[in-house]
Design a protein around this ligand. Structure first.
Ligand code: B16
Ligand code: MG
Length: 218
């Protein structure tokens, strides 16, 4: 039986649903650039870094843009997104998150964030839960995005727990892959088609069964 001493939570899709704000910000940019972009397209950006998201959004149009211009597009989208973050409050915590954090604290486990987002600290502050985390690993501290394991390994280092004793909770396919490459226990949030490779899978954060995960029956 593996001893578990830390939980590393992804942000968007696990703790809160910023995907809608990301969508609206990308959509505004896409409209301005006359590039088609739908909600379905946005699904492919789940857990994907800002730069890679732009590449996916532009597709064949990417070659129209210089490096300076793509940097401007990313900054413009981020400006729209950050405007929207002003509206986030504690009410935007996904169901079950407060209870999960309380339970982890009560059991004395370390808690960290492992997110692709460079806006992680702002989002956690708006949600009112920043000080509940022992470590924050985000898009500002690593260069290689998920599925590279870097962000989770960095998070484990921040809380001083060996990777084999860490559990990752993720909603993106690339995040599950990163967790598995890290040698951590992977908990997937979402449909089998997306996170089916995880050791445990739940439809939502509220459905997570801590006892089952900590018992380590994998
Ligand atoms: P930013 P996660 C990811 O968050 C989002 O799912 C993804 O849509 C976004 O592009 C990425 O963060 C980068 O975000 O533009 O704020 O740096 O799921 O890894 O918490
Ligand atoms: Mg996510």
């Amino acid at each position: 039986m593996t001893e578990i001493n830390a939980f590393i939570l992804d942000l968007d899709g696990v703790v809160t649903d910023t995907a809608e704000y990301h969508f609206r910000a990308w959509k505004q940019l896409a409209d301005e650039e006359n590039v088609p972009f739908t909600r379905e397209d946005n699904e492919h950006l789940r857990g994907v870094s800002r730069r890679r998201s732009l590449e996916l959004l532009l597709g064949e149009h990417l070659e129209r843009y210089t490096e300076d211009h793509t940097a401007e597009l990313m900054a413009r989208k981020n400006g729209y997104y950050q405007e929207m973050l002003h509206h986030i409050t504690a009410a935007d915590l996904l169901p079950g998150v407060s209870e999960l954090l309380d339970d982890l604290k009560r059991r004395g486990l370390k808690i960290a964030i492992g997110s692709a987002s460079k806006n992680t600290t702002t989002v956690l502050t708006r949600l009112g839960i920043l000080d509940l985390f022992d470590g924050i690993a985000d898009g500002n501290v690593v260069t290689r995005a998920k599925p590279a394991p870097d962000v989770f390994i960095y998070a484990a280092g921040m809380v001083g727990i060996p990777v084999a004793q860490c559990v990752v909770v993720e909603d993106a396919e690339s995040g599950i892959e990163a967790a598995l490459i890290s040698g951590m226990i992977a908990v997937g949030i979402g449909p089998e088609t997306r996170v089916g490779k995880a050791h445990f899978r739940y439809d939502s954060t509220a459905d997570i069964n801590l006892e089952t995960i900590l018992d380590g029956k994998i």
